[in-house]
Each structure stands twice: as C-alpha cells, then as structure tokens.
Design a protein around this ligand. Structure first.
Ligand SMILES: [Ca+2]
Length: 462
C-alpha cells in the first residue's frame, strides 16, 4: 500500500528523490506518529528550507485541508520541538502560531502544514488529518548537526520515562518541567524535591531579610547599565528624546567604573563632544545643582578643572569633551553633539555560590528566572554583568536533558543563538557522572558544560 504511494510521489516529482511520503489517511497526530514509525521512519521534521519545499510538494495531493508534521508542543514549558529530537530553529509558522503560548487547556496541540499558505499552524492533536512521513533513514545524513541527537533518540525514547507520564497510556507530554518533574523518577522523589525546594525558599527569604537590613541588598540590586554611543548630531533635548525612545535614557554616570566603561567606548570614536544626561538646575534655595535625566541622585562627578564655568551664562547641559580628556564640561544645550545613551540591563549577577538547581530556585524566588541568552544583545549584557563575578564561571539558564541529549533554556526556548566554547554543547556530554548545565566561562565569555553540582555565581533576569 504505502510502497505504491511512494512510487507515485517519487515518479511525479521533478526532484524524484524526495524521501517523504504523504499518507492519505486521516489520523490524529499520535496515530500518525505511530503509523510513520511502524511503516516508514518518522513523522517529518522540517529543519531546512529544502525539506520545507519537499513538504509543500508532497502535500499537494492531500485530502485534508491541513497535514500533520512532526511538530510537538510540550505544554508545561510551551516548548515546540520536532519528534526527531531537534529544536525548532528553522521556522515557517503562520502568523499567530508557534509563539509557545498556545492554550493547552483545551487539549494538547501539535503542528501541521496549512493547505493554503503552506505555513505551519498549531492544531488540537485530536484532529484527523493526512500526514507526511520520512521514508529513508539516510535522511538523517541531511541533518548532520542534528545527527547525534537523532541517533540517541531513535527507538522511541520519547515514550519512555522520565519524559513520559507513565500514568497515562497515551502519553502526550514531554515533561520538561524542570524544577520538579525532570529529576523525579517516581512520585515519591518528586515530593522530596518539592520539599527541598520549599525549604530552600525559606532559606532564601531569610537571606533576603538579612541582606535587606545589612545594606548589602542595595549593593546586590544596583542598576547595571549598558552604554551606547549614538553617532548622530542632536541638541541635548533631542538626544534625551532619542535615548528615551530607543534605550532607557541619556547616560547617567554614577561611578568611576561607569566612566571607565564610557572612555573605552569613546576610544573607538572620532567626534569631539558627547552629551550625557546631566543638566543645570536650581534648588529651592536658588543654588545651582546638576540633576540626572533619569532622576538618579548620584553625587559622583568628573568635571574638568575650571568646569562647570557656565560661560556666557547659558551652559545648562553637560558633555564629555575630547580635548578635556572627556572630563565633564557644561555647554549650551542647543548645540548639536553626538551623545551617549544607556540601557538598564534587566539582569542581575548574584555573587553567591550555588549549585545550578539552587541558583534556579533562587532566581525564581527572588527575581524572575535564571537568564536565557537568546540573542547577541543578551550575550553582551551577560558579559557586562559577569565582570564582577567572584567565581571563574557563572551559571546560565542552560540545561542538558540527559535522557535525550538536547540543550535547552529554562525559559523554554530552544538553543538557536549559540555561543558555545569549542567542544561544548554538542549534546553528547557524558551525563553518567552527574547531570550537566551551562555556564559562562570567565575568560572567553563563551558557554561551557559543567556538572550541575558546581557552586558558582549566577545571573537572574529581573
Ligand atoms: Ca563649560
């Protein structure tokens, strides 16, 4: 039966070696997955534009409006994945689909090819659709970077504990709920983990209390800024508007470290003057005061000798002047200068030494989460806040699922943007000596795989 279909499609396509088959039966997603694995190789994983083209070609003869693909959604984490074990990096979602916030309350969802747009859509897994299987094991070779993962996965590991809920015969959930479920082999140990997490919560609350009253909390919570030079000429007010629109505000400089960071930035620049966020004002006693655009009450200053001189009585804004070694100078606000904005980095370095699990719990209790580095910008921020770390490496929210060697972010995102140090993150790290998580390496600022029991500083999102 399927052989006939195979021949049909392989002979009607110009690219006659398409290693996919459209099965013109109507099945639920789980039935389709089982069918493909029993009769062919697997439900198709679309990892490249080329495979997407093949899928569009073979789906032309579908008898249902949409066609199942091997796209699964794990509801606890809102995490889409390919049944082949790959992360969803190449994407072709129809607008509004695949955001990971699909509602799982009305039943589990899977991914299908939409007939018209040929884009991917999220549908309840109980819909009965045609589906596309891969028919050649050699297809694995097309996905060389994914090969290790596929080899490990092959053999229906998705249906085995701990990724499967053993209480339900038709398990539909990849349980990647990290805090408790991943390590819980039994209900009993799950409860134990919960209790451990609760006691950790108490400990952290106490710690927070102590920090609050010792004044250390303020230190731990200090704002970390990322400075940006804007190479456009604007008056001070226009520069302020620009910074507030595109970043956080014009630069506030609260200490010598901020100043040194800016001097490093300016060493690669050629302009003569740069606005910062400081302006002249008068207090209630008619005394001249300088105030920061963002309301900071910092008292740090780095004026050039003889400044501020308010030359001509109209120097109400402050810039960094190249020929004053970028020390501060008051100048007329209407003059157009390049300027320095800052962005408040939504991350915090916690200078305590904790295991990866302790760090995860700490971040979730006291801030938002252990940081997920999804973009180059976040990587820059992570590098910035890690400068003051007291341990050589710093935990990130990067985790390896050992039963299925696949790295993922605790936010539920796949690891598409990557910054691994050589030899790390290949997904074949040895889990036999304990489970592993990802950290930022102090020197290279790249990511490395470490046993989760290492005690490191860590970075939370705030
Ligand atoms: Ca001046």
């Amino acid at each position: 039966m399927y052989r006939r279909q195979t021949q049909t499609y392989w002979t009607t396509q110009s690219a006659h070696e398409i290693p996919l088959i459209l099965v013109q039966q109507e099945m639920t997603w789980w039935e389709a997955l089982s069918y493909c694995r029993q009769n062919h190789v697997d439900l198709v994983s679309v990892l490249t534009n080329e495979t997407q083209g093949w899928v569009e070609t073979v789906s032309k003869n579908a008898s249902t409006p949409n066609v199942w693909l091997g796209l699964g959604l794990t509801c606890p984490l809102s995490f889409w994945f390919w049944v082949g074990g790959s992360t969803v990096c190449y994407q072709n979602w129809a607008p509004g689909n695949g955001t990971g916030v699909s509602d799982c309350s009305n039943g589990k969802r899977s991914g299908a090819l939409q007939s018209g747009s040929k884009q991917w859509i999220s549908l309840p897994e109980t819909q009965k659709l045609n589906f596309i299987c891969t028919v050649v094991s050699g297809l694995l070779l097309l996905y060389q970077t994914e090969l290790q993962i596929l080899l490990h996965l092959y053999g229906h590991n998705l249906f085995s504990p701990p990724f499967c809920c053993s209480t339900r015969p038709s398990c539909t959930e990849l349980s990647l709920d990290l805090l408790y479920v991943h390590r819980a082999k039994t209900k009993h140990s799950r409860q134990t983990n919960r209790a451990a997490a609760q006691s950790l919560t108490v400990m952290c609350s106490t710690l927070q209390f102590i920090l609050l009253f010792s004044g250390l909390w303020a230190l731990a919570m200090c704002v970390t800024r990322q400075f940006y030079v804007v190479e456009e000429l604007k008056s001070w007010t226009d520069a302020q508007t620009y910074c507030r629109g595109n970043y956080t505000d014009l630069a506030t400089i609260e200490n010598q470290e901020d100043m040194d960071t800016i001097l490093t930035l300016l060493s690669n620049q050629s302009a003569v003057n740069y606005w910062i966020g400081l302006t002249r004002n008068v207090d209630q006693n008619n005394n001249t005061v300088f105030i920061w655009s963002d309301g900071s009450n910092s008292t740090y200053s780095d004026w050039y000798p003889g400044e501020p001189n308010n030359k001509g009585g109209q120097e109400n804004c402050v810039n960094l002047y190249k020929y004053f070694s970028y020390k501060w100078n008051d100048a007329p606000c209407y003059v157009t200068n390049q300027f320095i904005c800052y962005k408040k980095i939504p991350l915090i370095l916690v200078q305590q030494e904790m295991t990866w699990w302790e760090a995860l719990s700490y971040c979730r209790q006291n801030h938002v989460d252990l940081v997920s580095v999804l973009t180059n910008e976040t990587q820059d921020w992570v590098e910035t806040v890690s400068k003051n770390a007291s341990t050589p490496n710093v935990w990130l929210g990067l985790r390896l699922a050992c039963s299925q060697p696949i790295w993922f972010w605790v936010s539920g995102s796949p690891v598409c943007y990557q910054n691994w140090a050589p030899g790390n993150g290949t997904g074949v790290s040895d889990c036999s000596n304990g489970e592993r998580s990802g950290a930022l390496q102090s020197g290279s600022k790249q990511w490395i795989s470490l046993p989760e029991t290492h005690k490191l500083n860590f970075i939370c999102t705030v």
